[in-house]
Design a protein. Structure first.
Length: 115
């Protein structure tokens, strides 16, 4: 059973930076991709960025030039470096690990950007 633990969220002022981490454990193999999503209360979860097993990555339009997704394979960890943060990026951020067999979610980490 794959377990994902997100960390790195917190309170930051507008214009600041945060680095989110998603650490995977428990028989992680046959990974297709890892994505980051965000969700506000009462709203649908929306995609932020992803990186696939070949290292290809993509970002939501607001993340281009502002967010960087990367991975540290030896630690089964994926990072989301976020800079130039705005208050509208305040949400709970989740990572999603997709294998050839299933899809796994973490518990989320709160990001709050103050104005």
């Amino acid at each position: 059973q794959v377990q994902l633990v997100e960390s790195g969220g917190g309170l930051v002022q507008a214009g600041g930076s945060l680095r989110l981490s998603c650490a995977a454990s428990g028989g992680v193999f046959s990974i297709k991709a890892v994505g980051w999503y965000r969700q506000a209360p009462g709203k649908q979860r929306e995609w932020v960025a992803f990186i696939n097993s070949g290292g290809f990555n993509q970002y939501a339009y607001y993340g281009k030039g502002r967010f960087t997704i990367s991975r540290y394979n030896a630690k089964n960890t994926v990072y989301l470096q976020m800079s130039s943060l705005k208050p509208e990026y305040t949400d709970v951020y989740y990572c999603n690990l997709v294998t050839y067999y299933d899809s796994n979610w973490g518990q989320g980490t709160q990001v709050t950007v103050s104005s």
